[in-house]
Each structure stands twice: as C-alpha cells, then as structure tokens.
Design a protein around this ligand. Structure first.
Ligand SMILES: [Zn+2]
Length: 75
C-alpha cells in the first residue's frame, strides 16, 4: 500500500511509517490481532498517530470490521 494513500496519518506518524521498509510494513498490516475474530487479520481504513513515542495504527478488521489497533514501538 502506497504511503500516498494514507491521508489520515499525522506528519510525524507518516515519517515514522515511511522509515519502515515496505515489506515490513506489509507484514505489520497483515498480522494485527482481532479480539473478535480471535486470530490475526489485516487492518484496513487505518489512521496513524504517534503516542508516547510509538507509532499507533488504529483501524478496522478486514474480516469483521471491528476496531483493531497496532502499536509499533519507537526505534
Ligand atoms: Zn475481526
């Protein structure tokens, strides 16, 4: 997924996200735990912010459309 298609990232969150290699980013998006599906899912319609120095992605489960989130710890 191209970064240009992520308008809902704050500027620092986008910079952090862009610093991650594309293949790693893809993996991060594809193995987000969904508490409703009870397995790893793909996160969709996500936004990105920096929280406590970590990159926080908040979005929807691709399968049940429930709320899911992933924290990517700061470097
Ligand atoms: Zn789900």
């Amino acid at each position: 997924m191209a970064v240009e298609n992520l308008p809902d990232f704050t500027r620092p969150a986008r910079q952090r996200w862009e610093s991650i290699p594309a293949d790693i980013r893809q993996r991060l998006l594809a193995n987000v735990w969904c508490g409703q599906c009870r397995h790893e899912v793909t996160i969709i319609n996500f936004t990105g912010t920096i929280k406590s120095g970590n990159l926080l992605l908040v979005g929807k489960c691709a399968e049940c459309h429930g709320d899911v989130a992933r924290v990517i710890e700061g470097s």
